[in-house]
Structures are given as C-alpha cells and as structure tokens.
Design a binder for this molecule. Sequence first.
Ligand SMILES: Nc1nc2c(c(=O)[nH]1)N[C@H]1C(S)=C(S)[C@@H](COP(=O)(O)O)O[C@H]1N2
Ligand SMILES: [Mo]
Length: 222
Amino acid sequence: MKRILLIISLIILFSFSTFSGCVSENQQSTGVYNNETETTFYEGQGLTPIAEQRNNAIKGTQYIDRESYRLQVDGLVENPREFNYEEITALPRTSKVLDLDCVEGWSFTGKWTGVKIAELFEEVEVMENASTVIFYSADGYSTALELDYLLENDIILAYGLNDVTLPPERGFPLQLVAESKYGYKWAKWIVRIELSDSEYRGYWEERGYNNRADVGGPAFER
Ligand SMILES: Nc1nc2c(c(=O)[nH]1)N[C@H]1C(S)=C(S)[C@@H](COP(=O)(O)O)O[C@H]1N2
Ligand SMILES: [Mo]
C-alpha cells in the first residue's frame, strides 16, 4: 500500500515538473525570442504580440534548420538556383506593417521584415513568358500568385516579424507577406518558388477557396 502511494505521488510530482518546465520554456509569453525583444508598438500603431497570433497550419509547426536550409528558385528562369539563409538575409531589407486577414474572419497586425521578391528574381532572371509564381512549403502546403501582383506591390518574403527572427510557428525561415490577400496566400516555411506560365491552385484553392483571394472579396469560387 505504501509503495502504491509512493508511486502515485511520484507520478503527480513528475507531471507537475514537466508541466511547469513547459511553461518556463514558453518564451512566447515574455516577448523575447533568441535574445531579441519583440516590438508591439510601432509608428503609433499597436502590433499583435506573436504569442497572441494564431497557428492553424495544416500539419502544425515545421522546424527548419538554418544551416541546412535552402530556398530553391526554378521554373521559367534563366538561372535556376538555391539560396541559403545568409544569402537571403544579406539582400536589401524592407519592413511593412500590415494585417494578415484569414478568410475565416480573424486577423492580426504585424511588422514584417524581409526581402522584396523582385530582388530574388533579379538574381535568377525571370523569363518573359512567366506569369504565375508558385510557393511550396515544408509541410506540403502550396499557393500561387500572379507575377505582376508580386512586382507591382513590392511584395516581400519575410524573415522577421515584430523585429524578431521569424519564430518556427510563424514560418521560419520565410513567410510570404501577401499584402491585401487572404491569409491562405501567406505561405509559411517556404522551401521552393517556381515560375510558371499557367494558372495554379494551391492547397486551399484546390479545395474551393478563391484563387484571387482579395481581402473583402469572395472567399469561394463556383
Ligand atoms: N506552409 C503553410 N503556410 C500557411 C498555412 C499552412 O497551413 N501551411 N496556412 C495559411 C493560412 S490559412 C493562414 S490564415 C496564414 C496564417 O495562419 P497561421 O496563423 O496559422 O500562421 O498562414 C497561411 N500559410
Ligand atoms: Mo486562413
């Protein structure tokens, strides 16, 4: 009987310590990530703390290793090539404060920092006939946008959010900042970008969501 009591108390103790371990390791509640401090107020605007942002990705958080990470850019380009993390973050950087609006009605405001996709495209030389840009992610997710939309709106690939390195649950190393498009165009954990000359429907678009995805526009297509 004493033995059973001992075992039970050990189990209770163990579960408590694991639980509290979880809580103290949860850096999200502090706003400090890798010794970088999150900005939650910028140019007179409140930003949504990362801890309050959602994570509804189709397969949960993807953990990508910075050292072995490569971004493949191919398809209708003269010089298909891979970029490592340092090469991407060495390109000129741009920041934008924007809302990410999920088609389901929730949204949040973030300050995204990254590289204009046009900068990457200069390196690979996009062919004349390219019209569509397809983004593939580490979780098997994909989505696509028109090349003209990306260039005309100075769309960026972000590696920073609220002045910290994009955390894994937010899409490390890269998230597409698809300004004025519904959240399903904001691909996270991007590993490949393909230039194409035909229309492409990504993960949610294939399941009926509007391929234009304009915020305020129709969610579905018939
Ligand atoms: N790789 C990947 N990127 C993704 C998704 C996903 O499931 N996988 N979900 C999209 C959707 S539907 C939204 S609304 C935004 C923001 O969702 P989050 O809050 O789950 O990051 O990420 C988008 N990017
Ligand atoms: Mo979404």
